[in-house]
Design a protein around this ligand. Structure first.
Ligand code: NAP
Ligand code: 8YV
Length: 307
C-alpha cells in the first residue's frame, strides 16, 4: 500500500477510509523518501523543511480551504498537487461570521453574564444594546465564503460594500481602497486567505477608519489583522467591538484581548460542526483516493490546477 504521512488530527471516519488504502505514518516516525501522499490541515500545513525532504510525494491533501501554511507555488514547481476543501464549508463559516456580528451588536456575552450573575434580579433591566439591522457591512474578500456571508446577512437588510483584488459582477459596491471601505462601514468582515499578500492589511489606519462605533469581525486568518493595533484601538475606544475566530499566534490569545469587554472570542471554530467537518473530511480523503485510482484530484488549489 502507498505511504501516507498524517499531519494533525483526522476524524475516525477519515481514518477508516484511509487505513483501507494507505499505510499511515505519523510525524514522530517516518522516512521522508518513502512518503507518497500527505494529509494535513490549514493550521499545521507542511513546514518548508519538511516539504523539501519529501522527495517522492505526489499529493498533499489539505483538510480545510485555507492553504497559507503550505507553499503551493513551490509544490507546483516540483509537480506536487496540493488539494483543499472549497465550498463545502461556505455556509458554516458564514454562519460563524453572522453569529459573531450579532453577538457583538446585541452584547450576547454581557447579557448572558447579567442573568447568570444574578444582576438582573438585583440591578434591574440590562442596558440597551444596538440593532444589527440596516447596517453598512464591508466584506474584505468577496470570494466563496464572502458571498455566502453577504447572502446570509440579507434578513438584516444590510448595505454591502466589498474590497478584493478585483471587482465582481455582483449587486454590491466595490471599493478599491480598504481604508475608504472601512470609513464607510459599520462592520468590517474579514474573509480573505492568509499569507504574505494579506499580512496585516487590517492595520491601525483601517481600524481607526472603522471607528468608535465600528465592529471588526475576523473569520479569515489571524495574520490578516495587526493584533497589537487591534488591542490598542479596542482599549482606547478608537474601535467599538471585535468578534474574532482567528488569532495571530493561535491557540495563544493575548490576555489583553481576553480581558476586554468589547470582544467576542472563538477558538477557530468557523467550520467546526459535525456536519461540515464530515463533508470536509470526505472531500479531503476523496482527493487522495481519486489520485490513487486515476492520477487526478477533485479540488486542486489554483496554483496546482494545471498539474
Ligand atoms: P476564495 O473563494 O478564494 O475568496 C478569497 C477572497 O479574498 C477573494 O475575493 C479574493 O479576491 C480575496 N483576496 C485574496 N487576496 C487578497 C488581497 N491580497 N487583498 C484583497 N482581497 C484578497 O476563498 P474562500 O473559500 O472564500 O476562503 C477564504 C479564506 O477564509 C480561506 O483562505 C481561509 O483563510 C479562511 N477560512 C477560515 C475559516 C475559519 O474556520 N475561520 C474557515 C474556512 C476558511 P479576488 O477574487 O479578487 O482574487
Ligand atoms: C479549519 C479553516 O479549521 O478551512 C479553513 O481554512 O480555517 C478551517 O476550516 C482548518 O483548516 C483546520 O482544519
Amino acid at each position: 500500500m502507498p505511504d501516507l504521512l498524517q499531519i494533525g488530527g483526522i476524524t475516525d471516519a477519515m481514518r477508516a477510509r484511509l487505513e483501507a488504502a494507505f499505510t499511515i505514518h505519523q510525524l514522530e516516525d517516518f522516512d521522508p523518501a518513502t512518503i507518497d501522499y500527505v494529509i494535513t490541515n490549514g493550521h499545521d500545513g507542511v513546514r518548508p523543511d519538511l516539504l523539501a525532504s519529501l522527495t517522492n510525494v505526489k499529493v498533499i491533501s489539505g483538510y480545510g480551504v485555507g492553504y497559507d501554511a503550505i507553499d503551493a507555488n513551490e509544490a507546483a514547481r516540483r509537480g506536487i498537487i496540493v488539494t483543499h476543501t472549497p465550498n463545502v464549508l461556505n455556509q458554516e463559516v458564514a454562519t460563524t461570521a453572522v453569529l459573531l456580528m450579532l453577538a457583538c451588536y446585541r452584547a450576547l456575552l454581557r447579557d448572558d453574564a447579567y442573568v447568570r450573575s444574578g444582576d438582573w434580579a438585583q440591578k434591574g433591566n440590562a442596558p440597551l444594546t444596538r440593532s444589527a439591522d440596516n447596517q453598512t457591512v464591508g466584506i474584505l474578500g468577496l470570494g466563496r465564503i464572502g458571498q455566502a456571508i453577504a447572502d446570509k446577512l440579507a434578513p438584516w437588510n444590510p448595505t454591502i460594500l466589498y474590497h478584493s483584488r478585483s471587482s465582481k459582477d455582483v449587486p454590491y459596491t466595490y471599493c478599491d481602497s480598504l481604508v475608504d471601505m472601512a470609513r464607510q462601514s459599520d462592520v468590517l468582515i474579514c474573509i480573505t486567505p492568509g499569507g504574505p499578500s494579506t499580512h496585516q492589511i487590517v492595520n491601525a489606519e483601517v481600524l481607526e477608519a472603522l471607528g468608535p462605533q465600528g465592529t471588526l469581525i475576523n473569520v479569515s486568518r489571524g495574520s490578516v489583522v495587526d493584533e497589537a493595533a487591534l488591542i490598542e484601538a479596542l482599549q482606547s475606544g478608537k474601535l467599538g467591538w471585535a468578534g474574532l475566530d482567528v488569532f495571530e499566534a493561535e491557540p495563544k490569545v493575548p490576555q489583553a484581548l481576553r480581558d476586554l469587554p468589547n470582544t467576542v472570542l472563538l477558538p477557530h471554530v468557523g467550520s467546526a460542526t459535525v456536519e461540515t467537518r464530515a463533508a470536509m473530511g470526505a472531500l479531503t480523503v476523496d482527493n487522495l483516493l481519486q489520485h490513487l485510482k486515476d492520477g487526478t484530484v477533485i479540488s486542486a488549489v489554483p496554483e496546482c490546477a494545471h498539474l
